[in-house]
Design a protein around this ligand. Sequence first.
Ligand SMILES: Nc1ncnc2c1ncn2[C@@H]1O[C@H](COP(=O)(O)OP(=O)(O)OP(=O)(O)O)[C@@H](O)[C@H]1O
Length: 622
Amino acid sequence: MQISDTLLAELEELHPRQRTAVLHDGNVVLRAGPGSGKTRTLVARIAYILQTQISAFRGVACITYTNAAAEEIRRRVLRSGVRAEGRITCSTVHAFCLNEVLRAFAHLTGQPAPQAGQVLSKTATEVLLQRCFDQAGITETLAQHRVPQSTRIRRALACGETLDSFDPREVQAARLYEEQLLVRGEIDFEAMVTRAVRTVREHEHVRDILRARFPHLIVDEYQDLGGVLHELVVALRDLAGITVFAVGDTDQSVYGFTGADAKYLTELAAREDFRDLELEVNYRSGQDIITAAEAALGLPRGRLAREGAPPGDVNLEQVEGGLEDHARVACDLVEQAQSREVSPEQIAILYPARGLLLDAVQRELTRRELDFRHEGDDKLPAGSLSRFIQRCASRAVTNYQIHVAPDTDRADMLRRTQAPSLAALARALTTLRTDAQLAPLSSRLSLPRALQMCLDPESLYPADAPALDWLQHLRTGLALDEVAAAHPDQDNTNSLDALTDLCSSKDLLLQELARGEEVIGKVLLATYHAAKGREFDTVILPGLLKGLIPRDIPDRGNWRRPTETELAEQRRTFYVALTRAESSVNLIVGPGYETKNGYWISRGPSDFVIEMARRLFPKEQT
Ligand SMILES: Nc1ncnc2c1ncn2[C@@H]1O[C@H](COP(=O)(O)OP(=O)(O)OP(=O)(O)O)[C@@H](O)[C@H]1O
């Protein structure tokens, strides 16, 4: 089979080790540090397999940690000149389990596929868990604070792991919860995976069909998988004979609180039927940034920047006061970067967790009229339908902005725009309809046309038009009520009405609906976790204070110091944040901060920064 020129050129540009990973005929574990081109290699591998290794009737399944990562990988594979429409199934593990296993084989396994509204929303999950807590006699804490712990117990139960380290009452509550799901005919995101594993293990014909459809499985961010997901991958490998390509970095394992464990990546790499490959060059960051990040991690990996890369800056800023000072300095740094012509979307202000620091930074950005995008802003309803609507709003607003821009700016705006394409939106709507078990809107061609008529009409909606009118038009034009009514995910069944209520009660403008999705011209404000997998010219880290990072852990209504394991995970999260920077990373420290009740906590700078400085400058007093 022929390789396209684009893919050939890409293979030539890759490092020989990356190329080996792409071309290896068999299972691969690719372990590598930040910025080493794991994602780039993974994309090339998918394109290579689709073009040369399997027939046009077969495909590749790719499992990623987030929907955004799935969309990005699909976009990049399609850009590499591969005719892959319909042959690449790129989704989160939950979507994979629901659509490719539970739904796809419901008729063969006799297990009913989740129907409208049966996939519990976050709130419904918490309500049910609370009932199980009550039955198990747990009164000292609310169930909503223990969801991650309950998830960990359920995963341990599903994998048959020892439960000794858990509170027996919480184990009982988790068992009750599982029973209740079955009795009520409901499912939640966790149960999707456990039921999918059981289906693959117990049904040979399911395995045969899966292998025929997807002879290759690609898994990104493997270090963030928990035991159940690892079981699924192992079952697909050992029982179904699917070739696995797993990518990850144990140093970037940051989801331990949900039961994820980097040991599964190490286990896979140790297997004889896997080729274990490592990448050593960091193509993203300057050498000074890499060295500082490794010092913060406390593990000198000795990774090298690409040859000729500028060393980059690591700046330490000390403030005298509390979080308001951190916010002021962070905004000064944004303005300085902009004066060096770094575009706003190349600047990220990252924070460890919600709270007073985030509030202070948001206030200061707003006061200075610095346009920013706060990711994780959960004022809008959750769920894939709500997100689809926000992406549509983003396209509508971008179109309008380009339309009213001076002629001279248009070419540049078009080049830089990251508003979703009609094709991407059409794919998202098709997925929503498939999940809701609805027939396609009509013929293949008419879906992009229906989208075009809603989003790019001749007379465009101004960015400051009321969002309500626009949303009503979209609801009808794309038959979204049908999707909401039939969708199994409760978040989606509720979100359309919730969004409409919000638009009318808060008089939201179209641009406010689009806000969370717009990128260009906006500084990013996000958690360390949300910044994972991304890169920015300049990274600003305010609030590096003991108590905030490493931060204390809420536990049964109180706060406690992190355990060793939690501390190590927080350190890795800090490492992830540092390694997002290409040219400049800015650490802001100070003497302490004021709590909500006005108490001054003077615990000084973060231990992570102090340890980092000691390792970098062992002879100097820090
Ligand atoms: N062989 C290469 N030559 C030049 N640039 C490369 C090469 N491989 C990757 N890059 C670039 O390095 C940057 C980081 O790559 P990528 O995002 O794939 O890394 P990653 O390993 O997935 O990072 P992380 O784990 O930190 O998310 C990207 O800008 C990518 O284009």
